[in-house]
Design a protein around this ligand. Sequence first.
Ligand SMILES: NC(=O)c1ccc[n+]([C@@H]2O[C@H](COP(=O)([O-])OP(=O)(O)OC[C@H]3O[C@@H](n4cnc5c(N)ncnc54)[C@H](OP(=O)(O)O)[C@@H]3O)[C@@H](O)[C@H]2O)c1
Length: 295
Amino acid sequence: MKILVLGSKGQLGQCLYDQLSHTDHEVLYTSRLQIDIADFESTQIKLLHIDPDAVINATAYTAVDKAEEEHQTADLINHLAVANIASICDKLDCFLIHVSTDYVFDGNSELPYTESDQTNPQCVYGDSKLKGEIAIQSSGCKYIIIRTAWVFSEYGNNFLKTMMSLSAERNELRIVGDQVGCPTYAQDIARTIRVIIESFKLKKVHSCLYHFSGNFCCSWAEFAQNIFDEALKLDVIASKPNVIAISTKEFPTQAKRPSRSELSSKNISYAFGIKPSDYTLGIRSSLMAIKNKTY
Ligand SMILES: NC(=O)c1ccc[n+]([C@@H]2O[C@H](COP(=O)([O-])OP(=O)(O)OC[C@H]3O[C@@H](n4cnc5c(N)ncnc54)[C@H](OP(=O)(O)O)[C@@H]3O)[C@@H](O)[C@H]2O)c1
């Protein structure tokens, strides 16, 4: 298959390179420099010329707090440009694999969110991502949308990497302890996408939206604690900072985040035999890659 990756320099984009480069597929990795999805006309010309069998959209406007002010840019990248890509995929009759977020939910449910649960984004970023999902679903193109959460890895900017940097500077860290989610290793999202692509050859894959996240839910403070515990075990750090759990009120941010957003990965497990992302293994693998500079 000919596969086009958009946003190849992002966190997920780089994991897609790791997971797809040793397959038999012809994969074209493009960053903003090669394809700027905000330029609709040029994106259309380039996609029509490449004529892929599948497009993986790893681009996004992911600055959750900044989006509260830059709502037009968030809407352009996460909604309007996605609508344009979906419409081109429809013309090309190619599959669009797209990634979305748990921030489409309000976080008021005590139960894990399923794909059919009511969405109710609380921030501009979540709202723009939801509009992107809806645009794909109404475009007529063949699609798989994967909603995921709290993405971390050895690449890019993410919570694990921020914690590692802060641990070098401070003995004590005050981290939010009343927001709960399921951290998801980006390499596992990329692996999941590889499995879905492999299954195109084996069976008819129907357009669908799935949830995929980590197998352990925790607060940001617990996540930080677990990162430091593993980092100490693996000799990535010499000592652990003291983690103090604080409330969201004590750490106000521009964007409102869901207080509890556990995603149920049952449907994707059933459809493709994919297990939820292994939280502990993900932390270890990221730390080992950082320690050995293998990324
Ligand atoms: N990170 C999380 O915690 C999280 C949680 C839930 C869901 N998600 C979703 O997971 C997906 C992957 O996220 P990620 O963490 O890999 O994000 P990321 O590291 O921020 O990567 C996003 C990529 O999109 C690119 N991009 C932005 N605007 C573009 C444009 N106009 N044209 C082409 N490329 C453009 C960026 O390029 P530049 O580097 O040039 O800016 C960047 O490489 C996204 O759909 C995100 O919404 C992420």
